[in-house]
Design a protein around this ligand. Structure first.
Ligand SMILES: Cc1cc2nc3c(=O)[nH]c(=O)nc-3n(C[C@H](O)[C@H](O)[C@H](O)COP(=O)(O)O)c2cc1C
Length: 376
């Protein structure tokens, strides 16, 4: 059997060695936006995971765009220097293409870390003012959020451009804009959070305007030989929210604005949304966008963890790539294991070669054990 999952894929001007993407995952471990030893080891591990592309977690273009006090940022020379230091280690052990996700948290900023209970920062926890399209708080009794003025909009676009310039200097092969999960760009797309009556709200064309302006402004400074991508909601999974038909129209618009890749995710705009979480639950939007043949690479994400299922998704035309998040935290060797299960080859680094199943047969026993369902 030949595996499509383990064949290369072009994303605009760059090529990735296989269709497996490490999805961005907030580590909530930075200090004033700067990555540190945690990120060095974490990203080094992901870079050696055998995936074709590794995406660095949501990184804020300005300080108030962080979700928590401990989210990454790319808004200062200190942050840029810290990134350069971490990346020199990662690059020394792997030549996998690296993407950085630039994401502004919007009204979901000023939150506690998940393991500290999540939810909004309390008055004694140094909260900050958050920005949103219409000043509608995330929850009814939640902290206020300020509706953006024209000046705010221009300022936030500039912050994205500055962050993109820094990311370009750092040598990232791809920049992914975070346009999903209810964060700032997503909150403009969704009619649930965007009730503006000016040129930035109302019709789909108007709701798309801000994310598109950000994308165009970044494209203007992002090197042509690097890829530009956006992850956004195929659906908000909520009544009255963004729907797959709109996601298809947005894909067309971002392709025209210069995006090379779109990844279809979902949810997070309102806390009441209930995604039907199950393997491949977000595939429908990816399929619809891919069927349009827009000339962009399409990514699928969401509960994709069985190698055979990942293989099916990219070989039956549902999507060009699959992004995995939790599966890579659980098993950073996922891609090596998947290759064995699918009869493909992953490039073992020489120091690890003795663990290859051809040389060390117990590997097959371990993989077999993984397949078995827990009994009882
Ligand atoms: C710990 C953690 C942090 C995450 N942080 C981000 C993030 O920074 N940006 C993003 O777009 N999605 C983020 N996500 C969502 C994942 O990228 C992915 O879309 C989601 O977990 C579904 O994929 P999975 O079923 O493979 O985990 C995060 C998920 C987890 C588990």
């Amino acid at each position: 059997m030949t595996s499509t999952l383990f064949t290369p894929r072009q994303i605009g001007p760059i090529e990735i060695a296989n269709r497996i993407v490490v999805s961005p995952m907030c580590q909530y471990s930075a200090v004033d936006g700067c990555p540190n030893e945690w990120h060095r080891i974490h990203l080094g591990t992901m870079a050696r995971s055998g995936a074709g592309l590794v995406t660095v977690e949501a990184t804020a273009p300005e300080r108030r765009g962080r979700i928590t006090h401990n989210c990454l940022g790319l808004y200062s020379d200190d942050c840029e220097r810290a990134f350069a230091d971490i990346l020199s280690s990662v690059r020394a052990v792997s030549d996998v293409p690296l993407a950085i996700q630039i994401g502004h948290a919007g009204r979901k900023a000023s939150s506690r870390r998940p393991w500290e209970g999540g939810g909004p920062l309390q008055p004694d926890e140094a909260p900050w003012e958050t920005l949103s399209p219409s000043g509608i708080p995330l929850t009814e009794n939640g902290p206020a959020t300020r509706a953006m003025t024209e000046a705010d909009i221009a300022e936030v676009i500039d912050a994205h451009v500055d962050a993109a310039r820094r990311a370009a200097r750092l040598g990232f092969e791809m920049l992914e804009l975070h346009g999903g999960h209810g964060y700032l760009l997503s909150s403009f797309l969704s009619p649930l959070s965007n009730r503006r009556e000016d040129a930035w709200g109302g019709s789909l064309e108007n709701r798309m305007r801000f994310p598109l302006e950000v994308l165009r402004a970044i494209r203007a400074v992002w090197p042509q030989e690097r890829a530009l991508a956006i992850k956004y909601n195929g659906t908000d999974w909520a009544d009255g929210g963004f729907v797959p038909e709109e996601a298809v129209m947005f894909a067309r618009a971002v392709a025209e604005a210069g995006a090379d890749m779109v990844t279809l995710s979902g949810g997070g705009v309102v806390l009441s949304s209930r995604p039907p979480v199950a393997p491949g639950y977000q595939l429908e939007a990816a399929r619809r966008v891919r069927a349009e043949e827009l000339g962009v690479t399409v990514g699928a994400v969401g509960m994709i963890y069985a190698p055979e299922f990942a293989e099916q998704i990219v070989s039956d035309g549902s999507s060009d790539t699959v992004a995995l998040a939790r599966a890579f935290l659980f098993n950073p060797r996922w891609a090596y294991h998947a290759a064995t299960m699918l009869g493909a080859e992953a490039a073992y680094p020489p120091p690890y070669e003795r663990a290859h199943p051809d040389k060390w047969p117990p590997a097959l026993e371990l993989l077999d054990a993984q397949r078995r369902r827990p009994s009882g």
